[in-house]
Design a protein around this ligand. Sequence first.
Ligand code: PMP
Length: 400
Amino acid sequence: SLRFASTWNSVPAGGVTEAFNKDTNPLKMSLGVGAYRDDKGKPYVLNCVKKAEKIVFEQNLNKEYLPITGLAEFQKLSAELAFGKDSGPLNAGQIVTCQSLSGTGALRIGGQFLSRFFPGTKKIYVPNPTWGNHHAIFKDSGLETGLYRYFDKKTNGLDISGMIEDLKSFPAGSIILLHACAHNPTGVDPTPDQWADISSVCKSKGHFIFFDMAYQGFASGDATRDAFALRHFVERDGHQVMLAQSFAKNLGLYGERIGNFSLITDSASEAARVASQVKIVVRPMYSNPPSTGARIVKEILSNEQLRSEWHTEVAGMAKRIHAMRSALRNGLAQHGSKHNWEHITSQIGMFCYTGISPEQVGRLAKEFSIYLTKDGRISIAGINPGNVDYLAKSLHEVTK
Ligand code: PMP
């Protein structure tokens, strides 16, 4: 039947991974993946996760459904991790939470909630560029996406004046999506002072903020430091934000699909009313969330020893990423590159937005079997001591 033929065209063709898999060059590199790899290029399961899994297994729990909004202890610990234990709205019972299918699921709950209840607009402004799925998630939630300036191609850094100008020019009471830390795909974050300015402007315009926090702890190696922007907006300027949290990267729980959705309301009584609306949003989408990931995270965040082991491990991942950034930059210099590659080390998180053209991306694939997305984004996680020199040499060749 041709009934669904028109939708086939909109599915993106396999692309990077497929081409990588077919390539027989032993030096081939896959730099498109959005998942952490260790020094040998292998997926990494955290020790704290293995220990928590064992504890959970030994508890011999049943497989009953969780409530619609998930595992309550998990939600509480998750919100504390993000907002801070001493958060005003948290302790006043103003924050509604709901366990989600990782960060994507939290974004979708938020998108759906906003499209149903946000007064006056169906538009959400996202940074240019942003994680591609944001556009699809919000579109499917019944919202339209708009863009604000973010990345400056000339400096490979933040276009802070363009961003502020745009935030000022949007209608009062607009919805703004912000990446809380380790912006994907650019790896460019505002400084604390710039965050303070962004918060003030949004406050004075009455904008509503939706924070996407997919990399807490993974960005700097310090979960508190990575929560700076979120906590500043909430505690200093009183923004009643919405938040999407993911435990995919910072705990390496990708396939467990574990995340958390939060929304700050005006009062505990409004929180109760909003919570019931959140349930009405969730119930027809998937009824209730899976239990395993929530149990693992709960175990780690509530057990002091596991929690401290997690801090050490997440800092180790961040450190390895940073070391690979430095090695790549040094390698480029050693091979004689005259370009300014400072942004490789100043950008943060899993990704580096190299600034190379689609043609240069094409040459890297064709001549050197190095695969990345067309926008020139490198997943630093795919780099290790064994392949960084080959990458530096090849990158230099295509940018001469
Ligand atoms: N937001 C951003 C900015 C991301 O980069 C990602 C992961 N690529 C996510 C959200 C969500 O990922 P997940 O659904 O796996 O938690």
